[in-house]
Ligand binder design. Structure first.
Ligand code: PRT
Length: 115
C-alpha cells in the first residue's frame, strides 16, 4: 500500500489545521480551546505534550490496531504543529527543510556526515 494516498487531501487537512492553530493562537480563548490553553502555557508544556503524544504513537505502532495508529499519528501531528507554532517555526520552514533533502538518499546523507 502507498504511504501517499491523496496528497491533496493531506495538504488540505494540514493547511486547515495550521490555519485553525494560527487563529486560536491569535484570538482563541483558553477556557474553550485546547489549542489556546496549551499555547498559553508556553514552549515547555507544548514540548511535554508533543513528547507524550509521540510516545502514545509509538505504543500504538507496537501494540495496537491500524485505526489506533492512524488516530495517534493524527494526535502527534496536531501537537507537533502546536509546538511549531509556539516556537515560531512555520510549516513553510518545515517544507523548506524537507525540500533540501529531496533527491538525497538518507544513507548517502549519513555517510557524508562521517567524512
Ligand atoms: N486535532 C486536534 C486535537 N487532537 C487532540 N486534541 C486534544 O488534545 C487533548 C489531549 O489529548 P489526550 O488524548 O492526551 O487527552 P488526555 O490524556 O485526556 O489529556 P491530558 O489533559 O491528560 O493531557 C485533548 O483535549 C484532545 O481533544 C486536539 N485538539 C484540537 N485539535 C484540532 O484543533 C481544532 C481546534 O481545537 P480547539 O483549540 O480545542 O478549539 C480542532 O477542531 C481540531 O481540528
Amino acid at each position: 500500500m502507498s504511504i501517499l494516498g491523496s496528497a491533496d487531501r493531506l495538504a488540505e487537512a494540514l493547511a486547515h489545521l495550521g490555519m485553525t492553530i494560527d487563529t486560536r493562537a491569535e484570538t482563541g480563548d483558553a477556557s474553550s480551546s485546547w489549542t489556546a490553553k496549551l499555547l498559553s502555557k508556553g514552549v515547555g508544556a507544548c514540548a511535554d505534550k508533543a513528547e507524550e503524544e509521540a510516545g502514545e504513537f509509538i505504543q500504538a505502532l507496537r501494540e495496537e490496531s491500524n485505526d489506533r495508529v492512524a488516530s495517534e499519528a493524527a494526535d502527534m501531528l496536531y501537537h507537533a504543529l502546536v509546538a511549531l507554532r509556539v516556537r515560531g517555526v512555520s510549516l513553510d520552514d518545515v517544507a523548506a527543510a524537507l525540500e533540501t533533502r529531496q533527491g538525497t538518499s538518507g544513507i548517502a546523507e549519513k555517510a557524508s556526515r562521517k567524512g
